[in-house]
Design a protein around this ligand. Sequence first.
Ligand code: ACO
Length: 338
Amino acid sequence: MKNIYSKISGIGKCIPTKRVTNDDLAKFLSTSDEWIKQRTGIEQRYWVENNESTSDLAFVASQEAISKAGLAKNDIEMIIFATLSPDHFFPGTACFLQEKLGIPGIAALDVRQQCTGFLYGMSIADLYIRQGIYKNILVVGAEVHSKGLDKTDRGRDVTVLFGDGAGAVVLSRTEVNDPKRDSHIYSTHLHADGTYAKELWVPAPGMANGSELITQAEVIDGAQYPKMNGRQVFTHAVRSMCDVIMEGLKHSNLTIEEVDFFAFHQANLRINEKVASLLKIPEKKVFNTIQKYGNTTAATIPIGLYDALSEHRLTPGMLVASAAFGSGFTWASSIFRY
Ligand code: ACO
């Protein structure tokens, strides 16, 4: 099993059709294109318009990823689904996706690590493959935020940030003879600190919410919408992303200069600019998509990889460092050769 690794063999994405610009938001929120762009870099995002669910978007992205991997759906042996906007409380959205794909019987697992969820999913898939248990695993990140945002001024700090979308990859077993050339995942590194769980969260409905899932008064107060301490998130995100990238590189005796391409989570353009400046990463190596899509949480990294590939910014053999930070707080990195 010495030379057995996993690699990304196919990538797919699905972006809903309704484009929502900052000016569109300013029609119903006290905000402006200037405020949003200057604070976050976001220019537009896409929201579902035909009642699509998270698993609907994931289905389209997954089909493309499977086909780009040169596989048939029956080659997939496990589905790992990262989302913070599940179709339902239960069962997990991986089961709904599995039903849509028509591949009953295989393992279907939900990951609830928010913006970091995709990298957590990649890590689980990587280990199953390296252990020789499965050969092809579908890892999906998908979100429908637009149905769960507070579209009144009360929620404007959060509502302007998020977009809908899905990205999927197939991780496949591969043999690595020359790590400097062959496509493979070197390692993944996962972290969390629940001390900060309530700095970015949805208070209700939930089983920790007193004697009821949610009360009428709480609904009126908007407890069902995301709450965020933006400054805390910003500071922790910058520090944790820098640390976890360096942890990943050190693990495989790689240097930051050797990295060809940085695939960061897209929470805020300013976070990524700060990380790049602290780690002295040249601007041209960082691929940002937040301008176009806003923050699509678990879907962000696979969507970014997809676009980078389409634009020939990501090419075979490149060394990639991917990192994310999100609610939990959670943070993670993955170092891989594409
Ligand atoms: N439009 C206009 N004004 C706004 C908006 C808005 N959408 N939202 C807040 N404001 C106002 C505030 O009410 C405040 O007004 P006041 O000074 O009169 O009180 C003013 O703008 C400044 O608000 P702050 O919250 O202090 O603004 P800040 O400079 O911290 O920027 C932001 C807010 C952009 C959210 C920033 O804190 C941030 O980016 N934090 C990181 C959080 C993040 O990216 N989260 C994404 C989800 S988590 C993840 O993916 C990791």
